[in-house]
Design a protein around this ligand. Structure first.
Ligand code: WQD
Length: 330
């Protein structure tokens, strides 16, 4: 199979590329390196540098002939999207429309979207299945919903089929150690915990301890990035074999609190990881947990690496070795 990954040099895209390469598929990576790293791109992949807003470059890359496109080229900081909505509108929505129309023009008719649980907003019930209403709480989530809605129209009006993968909280690193690139300026819990563990930050701020959860801190469904990568490979096989499009959640179906993550990181790293409780972060729901039954029944997908130990240990290995390389004493 020939697979072209837009945004394939980023944290998730690099893991997705590994999974396709591992089974012998031909992989192309298109990335503008705004958050992705050139060093993340495997020597076995073809690299195209460019932005999805550059129609000519997108068309050029697509003209090499591909069976499936995976679209991971989006800004993803929910907080920032509320302050800079135009940045998100342009790249995430306008860029995706360019990409979709170029796919149709070049007859690359199988499209996998990196979507998000952020499309659901505040949960009305748990676990969240795909029938849950979509009322995004932040503009970032809205951009993903807008892309999904356009994919739905394109699938009706044009010959485009898609699988939209709604990830819950992506976390962890390749358990075989093949991916060692760190995210630039992370804001998500686990990388921030890791930066505290290596001494780059003095402490981790815990946003709220008065939620109606097991220990008062926010609960999320952390899904290992290698499990997400496997979901993309299965989605590609689905598109090659089936005639219909699909929207599915990818989550572990287990909730972990902020304090459970910090405690596990302290045990695994042996580092103190000072934590300070501060006020809730606006827009944060108390608890998000996925139902992944549909991914199981349609894609045969099941999370294998999404236990807290594997997630934290695989991440710690990368942060620890990068910290030592950059001269920190641990
Ligand atoms: C997890 C928990 C925080 C940082 C985000 C996006 C969402 C999706 C996944 C892509 C929460 C707490 C965090 C910190 C903390 N992205 N926390 N201190 O907000 O669940 O989801 O990533 O699709 O769209 O919004 O992830 O990692 O920021 O937070 O206490 O320094 O950790 O309050 O309970 P979130 P997160």
């Amino acid at each position: 199979m020939r697979v072209l990954l837009f945004g394939g040099a980023g944290y998730i895209g690099t893991h997705v590329a590994l999974s396709f390469l591992e089974r012998g598929d031909t992989v192309g990576i298109f990335d503008n390196l705004s958050s992705g790293l050139r060093s993340n791109v495997s020597e076995k992949a073809v690299f195209f540098e460019g932005s999805i807003l550059d129609r000519n470059k997108v068309g050029e890359a697509l003209s090499a002939g591909w069976d499936v496109v995976v679209h991971l080229a989006a800004f993803k900081a929910a907080g920032e999207s509320m302050i800079l909505p135009d940045k998100y509108a342009e790249n995430n929505i306008a860029g995706s429309l360019i990409l979709m129309s170029e796919c149709v023009r070049h007859e690359v008719n199988n499209f996998i979207l990196s979507s998000s649980a952020a499309v659901y907003g505040e949960p009305a019930y748990l676990p969240i299945d795909e029938l849950h209403p979509c009322n995004p709480e932040n503009y970032y989530g809205y951009t993903k919903l807008a892309i999904e809605e356009n994919l739905n129209w394109y699938s009706k009006l044009k010959d485009l089929k898609y699988v939209s993968l709604r990830y819950f909280n992506a976390a962890g690193y390749d358990p075989d150690g093949r991916m060692t690139g760190l995210e630039k300026n992370p804001a998500n819990l686990i990388p921030v915990v890791m930066e505290t563990a290596i001494g780059k930050r003095p402490n981790i701020l815990v946003f709220g301890s008065d939620y109606p959860t097991v220990d008062g801190t926010g609960v999320r469904d952390y899904v290992h990035v290698s499990d997400l990568a496997d979901g993309h490979v299965r989605a590609a096989d689905y598109l090659m074999a089936e005639k219909d499009s699909l929207i599915v959640n990818l989550g572990s179906e287990h909730g972990l609190s902020v304090m459970q993550i910090i405690e596990t990181a302290r045990t695994i790293s042996g580092r103190p990881i000072p934590a300070e409780i501060v006020a809730r972060r606006p827009g944060d729901p108390a608890k998000l947990i996925a139902s992944s039954s549909k991914a199981k029944s349609t894609l045969g997908w099941k999370a294998k690496f999404s236990d807290v130990e594997t997630i934290v240990e695989s991440t710690w290995k990368v942060y620890r070795s990068q910290a030592i390389k950059s001269g920190r004493t641990l």
